[in-house]
Design a protein around this ligand. Structure first.
Ligand code: MG
Ligand code: MG
Length: 280
């Protein structure tokens, strides 16, 4: 994905610009959360998202990126990430849909993702969502000054793979984020404690566990974009963009907009509130 080796540490002013871009991302994902229901297609939410992003002065960060054809990545069920929204695949009761959104605003990239449960999702799949969501926050907690990038991946892998026996996708990783959508360093969702780049103030990264209910193995489908689990079991994806401060981790994207929207959507029967997911 054209990652550069150089790491761009951000000033406080640049971090605020990143927050603004992520605010539009968060509100776009909230719009998606308010619309989703059985019978809907990815194309419908993508059209609405693009209009919303442009109405808010932003540009869809994914559209045209390496020739990706849409504003959102929409990846239902066994699709891991990079699903292309289309008119053919109709969401049905019991589906989960991972939606990844990027927005460029004032020259900075916002990037966040959420996996939505539509209608009556099985308890087994809800558990996958909950554990993936919790692992994101465990990764965020490990992203503090003095730790290393490997500590983030270790925290995510330890919880999802060792404790819950899920599969951590190896082919796709989190990343630095700023003027470019994908900057250095890579932020894998697996790793060893105390390894990798030392985490310093001003580092801005997207942490994004992609967790499979079954095995870790994935393959790309014929469209050249969509990653699918090899065993066709479901996969979940939650992502925050964060800035490292001397005092702690500053989460720049805001899932609370999404959760508020889901509260009002009668087709979202089961919810992933931070409290129930054990996230403070
Ligand atoms: Mg993303
Ligand atoms: Mg990302």
């Amino acid at each position: 994905m054209g990652r550069k080796k150089m790491i761009y540490y951000k000033t406080d002013e640049e971090i605020e610009l990143l927050r603004q871009a992520n605010l539009v991302v968060s509100k776009t994902l909230a719009l998606v959360g308010s619309m989703l229901r059985p019978g809907m297609t990815g194309k419908e939410i993508d059209d609405a998202a693009e209009a919303f992003i442009r109405d808010h002065g932003g540009v869809p960060g994914f559209k045209g990126y390496n020739n990706f054809p849409a504003s959102l990545c929409v990846s239902p069920n066994e699709q891991v990430v990079h699903g292309i929204p289309n008119k053919e695949l109709v969401f049905k009761d019991g589906d989960i849909v991972s939606v990844d959104c990027g927005v460029v605003l004032n020259g900075f990239n916002g990037d966040a993702a959420y996996t939505f449960p539509i209608g009556n999702v099985s308890e087994e799949v809800m558990k996958l969502l909950r554990v993936t969501y919790e692992s994101l926050y465990k990764g965020i907690k490990a992203a503090r000054v003095g730790n290393r990038i490997g500590d983030i991946g270790f925290a995510i892998q330890d919880y999802t793979e060792r404790k819950h026996n899920y599969g951590v996708v190896r082919e796709l990783v989190g990343h630095g984020v700023g003027r470019e959508l994908h900057e250095a360093p890579e932020v894998p969702n697996y790793g060893k404690r105390g390894r990798g780049l030392r985490i310093k103030p001003g580092l801005t990264i997207a942490i994004e566990p992609m967790i499979n209910m079954g095995k870790k193995y994935v393959e790309t489908s014929k469209d050249g974009w969509t990653y699918v689990t090899k065993d066709r079991l479901p996969s979940a994806h939650f992502e925050h963009s964060v800035a490292i401060r001397r005092t702690g981790v500053d989460i720049l994207s805001d899932h609370s907009f999404i959760e508020a929207a889901l509260d009002k959507n009668e087709y979202i029967v089961k919810r992933l509130h931070p409290a129930t997911a054990g996230v403070v």
